[in-house]
Design a protein around this ligand. Structure first.
Ligand SMILES: *[C@@H]1O[C@H](CO)[C@@H](O)[C@H](O)[C@H]1NC(C)=O
Length: 162
């Protein structure tokens, strides 16, 4: 009887964990908790395969870049003295949205993840270049860090497809 209960418990645990590869996949990335929270926030996450997870994270990169660009646009009025750096950032984040993201989506959808990796890495690089333009007094520091972290997590997952 006791044995039966233990076995049923094991079977139930297997059923719960079956299907979602989010946790085991995120364990292989540099930021497990960020990875899990981003992927669990998307309804497609629980049934996605590895490339599906990569595509969800690329969507998150897109969302964060859009949010950052809005923040940049708002800063022109509040911090006019930062115009030069903001112009540079604006260009960088537009590159993420108009080049890196579509390139990565296309590459992964078509099964050529190597090119997807380039776009994902570049998103982090663009964010760092933007950050560097403020000489240590960036009003975008936390958004920059978020982009670098998502870029790193996404890169780790894209590399699993290579
Ligand atoms: C992202 O990865 C690069 C290269 O491995 C590392 O130098 C950097 O510290 C990481 N950035 C963050 C925010 O985790």
């Amino acid at each position: 009887m006791k044995m039966m209960k233990v076995m049923m418990l094991i079977v139930m645990m297997m059923m719960v964990s079956e299907g979602s590869i989010i946790e085991p996949t995120c364990k292989e990335t540099p930021d497990f908790s960020l990875c899990v929270s981003l992927l669990n926030s998307d309804p497609r996450g629980s049934s996605a395969d590895t490339s599906g997870l990569a595509l969800i994270l690329i969507d998150k990169i897109k969302g964060l870049a859009t949010k950052t660009l809005n923040e940049i646009n708002g800063l022109y009025k509040k911090r006019p003295e930062l115009k030069r750096a903001l112009d540079e950032c604006s260009r960088r984040y537009k590159t993420i949205l108009n080049a890196d993201v579509p390139e990565a989506i296309e590459a992964i959808s078509k099964g050529v993840p190597k090119f997807g990796e380039d776009g994902v890495i570049d998103a982090g690089v663009e964010a760092s270049v933007c950050q560097g333009g403020f000489n240590g007094r960036s009003p975008l520091t936390s958004l920059t860090k978020s982009m670098q972290k998502i870029s790193n997590v996404t890169r780790a997952i894209v590399r699993m497809l290579l």
